[in-house]
Every structure is written in C-alpha cells, then in structure tokens.
Design a protein. Sequence first.
Length: 175
Amino acid sequence: MQTLTEDVLRATAEKLIAAHQAASISNDWLSFVDELYARDCIYTCEYAGVMKVTANGIDEIKATHYGRDMQVGWEGWTFPYEGVYVGSESKLITHWLNRGPGMRADGTYFQTPGVSFITLDHQAKICSQFDMFDLAHQMHLCDELEDAGLLSEQLKTQWVLPMKQKLAAALARNC
C-alpha cells in the first residue's frame, strides 16, 4: 500500500472533522460517507464486549453506524474532536468526544471520550475504522442526562436500556 504524506493524512482528518461538525448540526450522518470512505471500507465498534458492530462497505456503514445507530435519539449530541495523531503507513488516530445536549450546573459538558483508529487507502479514503469508547462511562453519562431531563426517550428505550441489559448480563455471567 502506498504511504500517504502527513499533509494528506491531516487534510483527510480535517475533512472528517468538518463533516462530523456539519452532521452534528444537520443530523445528516449520511451525506459525507461516499466522499470520505472507500467503497469496501470496514467499520468496527466493539461495545464493551457485549455487542460488536462491523459494517463491510459503505452501504452497510450508512445502514448501521451512520444510519440506524445515529437515528435513535442522538439529536442534540455533538462529537467534537480533541486531537488528530498522524501515524505511519497511512494511519490516523482521532480523539473525539460523545457530547450530550446541554451543560451541567457547574458549566462543564456532559461528555465521554472516544478514539478512532483509521487507515486510509491510496486515494486518501478511509478503508478501515475501529472506534472505541468506554461504554460504562457512556451509560453513566446517559443517566446524568436523564436526571437533568436531557436524555431523549428514543435514545433511552432503543439504545441505553438494551445496552445496560447487555452489560448486566455479561457481568452476571462472569461473577
């Protein structure tokens, strides 16, 4: 595989960041996928060992990660980036936040960190992406949002409660 320059890697990361910023406002998480992702890209996110989402190709990415998963009450959430780290062999690491709506009384954001490990192909398109974040902290964050009256009922019923059940079942098996 051809290695891309640092400038090309950073420019691609900036396009991804800009696309996520726009999607956080419009809630259109599909419009940028064709431009930024290779047709045969593999996207993976493992949720604390209780659920693994793997999307093979941009059609599955649009149907799952940016489609189904972003259409269950994530409106009002943003995903700002804290940093981009350029590696070798056309690889990037992005550090981002799952930031819920509103702010705490002390002026801090409701948020948890996440990281993506991204590989680009010779055309500077994402050919693999592996996302990680701490699901237990995400569940705690959703509890805080619910207590503040900021958690979408749709997100709670379609994502939070099923994830909590999966986590509890996994923990019960291991005790």
